[in-house]
Design a protein around this ligand. Structure first.
Ligand code: GDP
Ligand code: MN
Length: 397
């Protein structure tokens, strides 16, 4: 689950990680009011107004702007709220900005080359260990750094049995070229950041930039946090951080009705029982020259109501040109599933405008095939995997 910058910073702060302080606003006038409060709390006169969307690169797209004075905040916020922000990480049409973060300007005025670093914490899947990835080249695209100056990216891998060792935090600060108070503060920053990552069950912390202020304090200016969905049961309060406006609406709807649906960008909709078979089915579609429009595991009860719900979800995607239903009847009998499909199809009338290929295998598969073939509907039945693939190919032609 991805978070907004302001939510990510709240989590960091709750674990004692120093952040650029700020407040989130939904309207320009609220932005102005909150800036006033922020001024009282921090003494700042300059502010930075930052679009809150689930995508990076906002600075380049005009989603991060300075407001040099309290009287400028409302106008700057007005120019950002409501815009469709286009960045290298958004879809081409951009993402609508519903809210902005009003934060204290923490940069030294007139400093052309501020000390900006890159720090992330993530799981190295190859070694099965968390690692801290960091670089002296902060504030820019880390992918570019990796390509052009890979020797400026460092890794510190953490032994899960002992956790982050003090010498490791010191090594990070040393490699970042720090000394004195900044060195000390960086070791504290890294230690609290790593602790926050572990305790919040995150799968990614990316802080770019980490800033060294003119008075040698280290703080997080930006924060990208991805939480591990499977650990959310341990953090009931984090569930409220989910912003449904940022998620695929069909996925949100599927979740609400208890279906396991993941949107993809292909043209063949899939309805399958079991995650393993669903993945195999997606491979099959690829082999047949199509590409899957979604992953959908309908689970064990493929009755008419559930099949209909699944059909309706799949058909919300305008790219779907055909639907492949692939059900293995182990506990659930194929003829019951077939009847469910026929009933759902009849019930939906004109809602189905694309061909449907149904492969039912397992208990009573032969009766199921007969049921479908005799239904008089535009449903193609198949028994073998390859047959289903061939039929997909045929209807896509
Ligand atoms: P991103 O572009 O989505 O990664 O958003 P960031 O939060 O990283 O902000 C983009 C850039 O804006 C940063 O790299 C900074 O250079 C700049 N920026 C962020 N906060 C401030 C601030 O308080 N003052 C100034 N002068 N620049 C800032
Ligand atoms: Mn950033």
């Amino acid at each position: 689950m991805n978070l907004h910058e302001y939510q990510a910073k709240d989590i960091l702060a709750s674990f004692g990680v120093r952040i650029q302080r700020g407040k989130v606003a939904q309207t320009p006038s609220e932005a102005s009011q909150l800036a006033q409060v922020l001024q009282q709390e921090t003494g700042t006169d300059w502010f930075v107004v930052k679009a809150q969307i689930h995508a990076g690169g906002r600075g380049k797209g005009g989603g991060v702007k300075l407001a040099k004075g309290l009287d400028k905040v409302e106008e700057v916020a007005d120019s950002i709220i409501g815009m469709d922000l286009i960045t290298p990480q958004t879809p081409p049409e951009g993402k609508p900005v519903h809210q902005v973060l009003i934060a204290e300007d923490v940069y030294y005025p007139g400093d052309e080359e501020p000390d900006e670093f890159y720090v992330s914490v993530l799981l190295n899947r190859a070694t099965g260990r968390n690692m801290i990835m960091y670089s002296t080249e902060g504030g820019v695209d880390i992918e570019t750094v990796a390509e052009e100056t890979p020797h400026l990216i460092f890794n510190e891998e953490i032994d899960p049995a002992v956790g982050l060792m003090p010498f490791q935090a010191r090594r990070v600060a040393f490699n970042l070229g720090l000394s004195g108070a900044a060195f000390k503060d960086m070791t504290r920053f890294i230690t609290s950041l790593y602790n926050a990552y572990v305790k919040s069950d995150a799968s990614l912390f990316e802080i770019n930039p980490v800033l060294k202020t003119s008075d040698s304090k280290i703080l997080a200016v930006d924060a990208k946090v991805t939480l591990d969905e499977n650990a959310l049961f341990r953090h009931k309060d984090y569930e409220a951080l989910r912003d449904l406006r940022e998620e695929n609406p069909v996925e949100v709807e599927a979740k609400a009705v208890g279906l396991n649906y993941v949107a993809l960008d292909g043209n063949v909709g899939c309805m399958v029982n079991g995650a393993g078979l669903a993945m195999a089915t997606m491979d099959l579609i690829k082999q047949a020259g199509g590409s899957p429009a979604n992953f959908l595991d309908v689970g064990g009860t493929a009755d008419a109501a559930r099949v209909e719900t699944a059909f309706r979800l799949i058909l919300k995607d305008p790219n779907v040109k055909a639907i492949l239903v692939n059900i293995f009847g182990g506990i659930v009998r194929c003829d019951r599933v077939a009847q469910g499909i026929v009933d759902a199809y009849k019930n939906m009338g004109d809602a189905i405008q694309v061909p449907i290929i149904v492969r039912l295998q397992g208990t009573n598969a032969d009766i199921a095939k007969e049921l479908i073939d005799n239904s008089g509907l535009e449903v193609h039945s198949a028994v073998l995997f390859q047959e289903a693939a061939d039929k997909v190919q045929e209807v896509l032609r």
